[in-house]
Design a protein around this ligand. Structure first.
Ligand SMILES: Nc1nc2c(ncn2[C@@H]2O[C@H](COP(=O)(O)OP(=O)(O)OP(=O)(O)O)[C@@H](O)[C@H]2O)c(=O)[nH]1
Ligand SMILES: [Mg+2]
Length: 198
């Protein structure tokens, strides 16, 4: 699949407003793990604000992607922001919980994790939550440019084992170098064409 263009649609606080008539691919993950950077890499444009300060993306940001199969890309706020008050963590999970349960046409959840870190408890909570809701997800490892090839291979095996996934279930990317883009687009093409007939 080739992305022809992408455009910002809206920022919303209320998850019920994130929807529209197209299937959604959303991006979830710990604050600072590289969600906005990966979305910019996929869209081929700097439409998302990125930041070295964790917790930069607080709202639900929706982008329309024009490809053979158009879809919405949804940038969710990050979790586990270490400076956040407990109430903010609660707010994140309430809002995101509502996003996942309010009837949005979610074709795929991309669960982003920094390849250099072991999955956190919150990462595992998210994966189990998606399994419970039977929402289709893919784990996408970010920042692979920070590791050598050998280190990357080890990290992928370790993270896959920690999450109970097969090695091939994980997609390795670098938002800054642009690697992994084709693998990710191929995965999205597969899930979006499955949705086509529904
Ligand atoms: N080296 C490298 N740095 C990256 C990569 N992706 C993101 N970063 C850096 O990591 C930091 C956080 O990136 P963001 O894309 O803003 O992260 P985020 O997950 O959207 O963060 P929040 O919006 O706070 O949840 C920035 O300084 C990015 O430049 C990558 O693939 N490689
Ligand atoms: Mg962000």
């Amino acid at each position: 699949m080739k992305i022809r263009s992408a455009e910002f649609v809206k920022s919303c606080v209320d998850p019920t407003e994130a929807g529209g008539y197209l299937p959604q691919v959303c991006v979830a993950g710990r604050s600072n793990c590289g969600k906005s950077t990966l979305l910019n890499m996929l869209m081929g444009a700097r439409l998302c604000k990125t930041s070295q300060t964790p917790g930069r993306t607080r709202l639900i940001n929706v982008f329309r992607v024009n490809a053979e199969m158009p879809f919405y890309l949804v940038d969710l706020p990050g979790y586990g922001y270490h400076k956040a008050q407990k109430s903010l963590a609660d707010e994140w999970s309430d809002r995101t919980d509502k996003y996942f349960k309010c009837g949005n046409a979610i074709a795929q959840v991309l669960c982003l994790m920094d390849i250099r870190r072991d999955p956190s408890d919150l990462d595992k909570v998210l994966i189990n939550y998606l399994r419970d809701l039977e929402l289709p997800f893919t784990v996408v490892l970010t920042k692979s440019d920070k590791l050598s090839k050998a280190q990357t291979g080890n990290a992928v095996m370790r993270i896959a084992a920690a999450l109970g996934l097969a090695r091939d279930d994980l997609i390795v990317t670098s938002g800054t170098k642009g690697s992994g883009k084709d693998a990710l687009l191929t995965r999205l093409e597969g899930v979006l064409s499955v949705d086509d007939g529904i």
